[in-house]
Design a binder for this molecule. Sequence first.
Ligand code: IDP
Ligand code: MG
Length: 175
Amino acid sequence: MTEATKKDQYTLIIMKPDALVKSLTGNILARFLEARLRIIGAKVVKVSRELVEQHYEHLIDEPFFNDLYEYFSGKTYGPNYERVLAFVYEGEDAISKVRRIAGATNPLEADPISIRGAYGRINKKGVMENVIHCSDSEESAKKEVHLWFDPDEIIKEIYPTKKVVKNNYEVIEWV
Ligand code: IDP
Ligand code: MG
């Protein structure tokens, strides 16, 4: 493929509460440098039960879902850690490059050089505390970016938007 036809992908990366507990934020950002991607959105979020249910919709019937909620919301670590950092990255093959640097879901099976392999663990309740989330396909990236970011929180329009009037103000929403 020539430079002009290479297609950019978008991916959502979340530094989960254990990344913050372990002071890994700078380290993780540095690990993603090698992928040569660009950050186009970034914020800190306090995660609600509703957001976890939407984000991990595919796991809602799993017996570990409530423990996963406690972990992902940060409740496991106390009020100072009830937050995550969310990023949208853009670039060529962004999804597979980020998944490779992140490592396998189970930190005990992940490449020890990967982020999850190096820093993850399985906690006492059996939850895979694996430090980061990253989208696994273009379809889930789109769903996740819609869920976590408003259009005006990303520096370019990566998915279609529409203007709607709310309380006499014009706001931009995802289509
Ligand atoms: P992914 O994060 O690699 O995309 P998913 O299957 O989407 O993996 O699972 C979401 C998260 O739920 C995982 O990152 C991990 O924290 C947790 N998880 C997934 N499967 C299990 C399990 O079998 N036991 C405990 N925790 C799990
Ligand atoms: Mg997943």
